[in-house]
Design a binder for this molecule. Structure first.
Ligand SMILES: Cc1cc2nc3c(=O)[nH]c(=O)nc-3n(C[C@H](O)[C@H](O)[C@H](O)COP(=O)(O)O)c2cc1C
Length: 220
């Protein structure tokens, strides 16, 4: 696969087939992604691969928490406290675009919540990756981890697999810490669902838009 194809064919898949992924394939993806760059080559990422009964147990606890309205104060701010343009509008278009594809009305809060709830069983993916970094590191390491995360998603494309990066777990870090016995130094950044795309699912037909490059590039 050409690198451009790997990049442009990546999309957030939100319904996976239950086809299992073997350990060798997961290991291969992580080995490739591990070539991601990091300042001074400190390689700040850690990955928890969660499958099978451990994943079922984790998801059960997460879903119970969500259904009971429980969440944790996040350990890092992914989003601004107060949204502003042009980001607010882009965020709306992303959310409403997905709901429209699914035939969910903008005011249908119950169906929107049900869709959001699907995050917590990793959209039926057989493999859940949880990405952490050492909390004693600095802001620069978030860049390094971002590059690693994208590398995981691109290496997955190389294996014919799809992904969904998920910050939703940042609001449930304590539960995940307890269930997976994460070290105190580990800051949970996000999850990644990994598996084969259900190509029949309408939500997977949702392709997000992008600004033209004129919107963000200045040639000097
Ligand atoms: C770090 C990160 C966290 C995200 N968290 C979630 C999430 O919790 N749930 C979800 O459905 N999508 C999540 N997304 C997916 C974004 O909504 C998606 O990347 C964006 O809309 C662009 O669409 P695309 O990935 O299909 O190109 C996340 C993306 C990133 C990069």
């Amino acid at each position: 696969m050409h690198v451009d194809t790997a990049i442009t064919s990546r999309k957030s898949v939100r319904r996976f087939l239950d086809t299992p992924i073997d350990r060798a394939t997961i290991t291969h993806i992580l080995r490739v992604a591990n070539r991601a760059p990091s300042g001074s080559n400190i390689q700040p990422w850690k990955v928890h691969v969660v499958t099978g009964a451990v994943k079922d147990q984790l998801c059960q606890r997460l879903l119970n928490a969500v259904d009971n309205g429980q969440s944790d104060a996040p350990e890092y701010h992914y989003y601004p406290q107060n949204w502003f343009e042009p980001y607010l509008e882009r965020r709306r278009r992303c959310g409403f675009g997905l709901y429209e594809t699914l035939g969910i009305g903008r005011e249908d809060k119950a169906k929107r919540a049900a869709q959001a709830r699907r995050n917590f069983h990793f959209f039926d993916a057989p493999v859940a990756l949880l990405i952490t970094m050492d909390r004693r590191l600095e802001t620069g390491s978030f860049m390094d981890c971002g590059m690693f995360i994208q590398s995981v998603m691109l290496a997955a494309r190389g294996q014919g697999l799809h992904t969904c990066p998920q910050a939703a777990f940042a609001w449930h870090h304590a539960l995940i810490r307890d269930e997976l016995q994460l070290d105190d130094t580990e800051l949970l950044l996000c999850g990644i669902s990994l598996g084969y795309e259900d190509t029949q699912a309408p939500e997977n037909a949702f392709i997000t838009e992008r600004e033209d490059i004129e919107g963000f590039v200045t040639f000097h």
